[in-house]
Design a binder for this molecule. Structure first.
Ligand code: PDD
Length: 296
């Protein structure tokens, strides 16, 4: 497998980064994950705009122009042996002696890009849905930045794995102290690596895109699909009680697309099988994907 690192195309095993890289030392960097269908990047402009938002959030200039990014993507996509892939882009503040403030003068950022095959989940995910757990959202207050410092997300996701579930639904305490039990007060933010939608009374409820969640590209696609197909939507703060009382719960991400959560903390959601909203939105999402690719 060939990857891109700092201007070079290298076999993965030959790609090396200094131990003084600020990504390694401080998690001082940002990333993006862009799905690729039939060897074409899906919503590349939206992903690159979000990358710019993340870079602005950490006060790091974009090291490459759009043409340079595109040339890297094309070469890596061509070299990957799967038609459906995802691009992983990772930019850090670069290599400098260990010291918290930004290096003066600035150093060259580290840029890493790879393309990996994107597999489809097993059929059981569509037939039965997935299980999730809830946990207090104890992350920082800039979750709109797609930062590589993912330790909270990693710990929260592992809680799901330990509970034989596939995602952790995060509940932000009103007080923001993070110590309120997930089931007592608070409101939905997102999943540890996905956005979460609630379905109640045939209405799709989505938390607002603010500093407490990542503005998902798939989230936007789902809302566009809903608007185009007469599905009622409400974008507002969602209290935890509404999450547990949901008729359906959906999770979305670039790599998981849209999936139904049918159990939460071991309790059934709705009738504990993927419901009518999922059955409507999932094929619409697949059709949307195919149409976008055909139009290119
Ligand atoms: N994660 N929220 C969080 C915390 C995420 O990490 C992700 C995606 C999303 C969904 O965003 P999008 O629809 O743009 O993929 C929401 C990626 C897939 C990852 O870290 O691998």
């Amino acid at each position: 497998m060939t990857i891109y690192l700092n201007g070079q195309y290298l076999p993965l095993e030959e790609a090396k980064v200094s131990v003084l890289d600020r990504g390694f030392i401080f998690g001082d960097g940002v990333y993006e994950v862009i799905p690729v269908y039939s060897r074409r990047a899906f919503r590349p402009v939206a992903h690159m705009q979000r990358l710019q938002h993340s870079l602005d959030g950490i006060r790091l200039a974009n090291p490459l122009g759009m043409d340079e990014w595109t040339a890297i993507f094309e070469r890596l996509i061509a070299g990957c042996d799967s038609e459906d892939q995802y691009l992983y882009l990772h930019i850090t503040r670069g290599v400098a002696p260990r010291d918290h403030p930004f290096p003066v003068p600035p150093v060259t950022p580290t840029v890493f890009v790879m393309a990996n095959p994107l597999g489809q989940p097993p059929a059981s995910v569509f037939e039965r849905g997935v299980a999730a757990i809830t946990a207090p959202d104890y992350r920082w207050l800039r979750c709109d930045i797609k930062a590589i410092s993912l330790l909270p997300n990693v710990l929260l996701r592992q809680m799901a794995v330990d509970a034989d579930a596939s995602e952790t639904v995060l509940i932000r305490a009103e007080s923001l102290t993070g110590d309120t039990p997930a089931t007592e007060g608070g409101f939905l933010t997102e999943g540890s690596a996905s956005n979460i939608f609630v379905v109640n009374n045939e209405t799709l409820l989505a938390p607002p895109k603010d500093h407490l969640m990542l503005p998902g590209i798939t989230y936007d696609v789902i809302l566009e699909i809903a608007a185009a197909n007469g599905i009622r939507c409400e974008i507002r703060k969602i209290p935890v009680a509404e999450v547990f009382a949901a008729d359906e719960l959906l999770l979305t991400s670039s790599t998981r697309e849209v999936q139904a959560i049918t159990h939460l903390d071991g309790k059934p959601i709705g009738s504990a099988v993927p419901g009518p909203m999922f059955k409507k939105i999932h094929p619409l999402y697949q059709a949307f994907k195919r149409n976008v690719m055909r139009a290119k």
